[in-house]
Each structure stands twice: as C-alpha cells, then as structure tokens.
Design a protein. Sequence first.
Length: 336
Amino acid sequence: MMRLRHQAIDLQLRHTFRLARGDSDSRRVLIVEIEHDGLIGRGEAAPIARYGQDAESAARAAEAMVAQIGDPLAFEVAANRMAVAGQPAAEAAVDMALRDLAGKRFGAPLYQMMGIDTSTMPVTSFTIGMDTPEIIEQKVREAEGFEVLKVKLGSPDDRRMLETVRKITNCPIRVDANEGWTLEDALARLEWLQDLGVEFVEQPLPAGQLAEMRELKKQSPLPLMADESVGRAEDIPRLAEAFDGINIKLMKCGGLGEALRMIHVARAHGLKIMLGCMVETSMAITAAAHIAPLVDSVDLDGNLLITNDPFIGAEVKEGKLVLPSEPGLGVRDRAS
C-alpha cells in the first residue's frame, strides 16, 4: 500500500530577493513524502507564481498523481505518465520522491543508479540579487569561497550594480536579466558586460520575443542562455537559433526524468547546458545535484539563500557540490 503526505513550509530569505519581476522575503515550498513497504521517499515542489502555481495547487496535483501510480519503483515512467497539466513543480516533487524511494529500496545513491560519474562535477555559482551598493558589497563578501557569481540584473542601475560587484572580486560573473531588457537595452549593455568579465547572459528579453532574440544572438559578443523561454525538451528545437544554451530547472520541467531528456536534446542541437534552481531547500537542490555532472555550468545555490533549511544534503566544498553517499537522494533532516 502506498501513502502520500505533504507539508507546506515557508522559507525565509537571508536578504530580500530582488529581480526584474519583483521582490520577496520568503518563499513557500511543498515537501512530499511517499511511503511504500516501510520506506519513505521524499521530494520538494517549489511552485512558481509566474506560471500560476502555488503550494496548494501543487498539493492537489501531487495527490492526483500519486493516486494513479501503480508500481512506485518504476520511477522512470510513473511520474511523467501521471503528470498534471500546468503543475511541473508538483511533478518534480513526485519524481524526486519516487527516485528517492527506489534508491532506498536498492540501497544505492541516485547518481550511482543512473550511472553518473561525480568526478566531473562543475563548480556552482552563487546568486547576487539586485540591491543597493552597500548591500551588494555585503552579499559579495558573504559569497567568499565561491569561484563564480551570478548577478541578477534588469533595472536602470545595472551598470552601477555590476561595477560594485567587480570592484570587490575578480571572479567570473554570469548575468541573469530575468526578461528585464528590451532589444535596445541588451545591445547597449552587452559590450560593457563583456568588458567587465561576464561569461554569459541568461534570458535578456521576455520569453515571447523569439524573433528579437534571434537578432540579438547575431550581434551579441556574449553567449545567451534561455531560462524562462525553455520548460521541457519539446521547447528546445525552436530555441536553437535564438540562444547558445539553456538553463534546466527541475521546477519548470517536471523532474529529473525530463531534465535528462532535455540534456540529450540540447546536446543534439549543439547547445550549452546550465542546471539552475529556484529558492529551494537542500531536498530539491540535492536532487538536481545528482545530475549536475552531466551539464556545463551549475547554479544550485537556492538552499544557501535561506535561513531555515530543514534538511542537510549536498554540500559545497571548494566551490563544488559534494553529494551524500546515503541511498536515494541522501537527504536527512537537520533536526535528527
């Protein structure tokens, strides 16, 4: 017999998280548990308001999905077949929980079950949200030990903000505009972004402006990565002429199974691959980290942006994520 439990948790951010679409001091996520034959698999949904999701809709979707699952150990097909339209965060949570359950049943970490070599783990970036110069300096100093920073832009203060970061550190910088620029803005910014040592830019234009993105790519001195423009593998072929790479997020694509499909399709189209996250606990961050060795760049720091992470999972050492060796996801409760 299979049982489902879920609980919403409010995550408190260390700093007000500012990006082009707005500010927030907390995020609500949903922790999902699936119990079967005395074992418990756990996953996490970090619903995205931009796409009409919240913890309540994720909970309903998880209930609908689990009610239809036959063999919970058949994780490669179970979650995807039971998908609920418009609820990829819930799909991701159920997918994680089923894979965690299977790993515990077979006594192996998830990365071993998938045949992934963790010695090729890329370094992870640390995110600096938009803020005043004083807070930006504080955030950059708090990020000491990370080899790469990701800076959120998308405001009239973009240049001042990036120059503040560069004044403190010489480390590589990646920029995420979160759809915050026009084509004219982007063309004006890309030259000085290159001069300031930026590696690439995520989602400079709104997701619907594909023709403008194709034009921007022709003129851009920096690689451009799709974020909001890409959700699942089926989106990738039409983006290949507009972007140089994609950012895969479990909460957008619906879990690890779809993320793996996206990696294969992106490679077939010659695109670079980034693995990103939302504001999440160590549960979802660790789930993503199990496939991180398969991509080119990693931005898995959502758990480091909060003050009340209830879990312990993958840890950052010398800028790289180190996976736990316990079966399944390898995540344990911080209170235990």
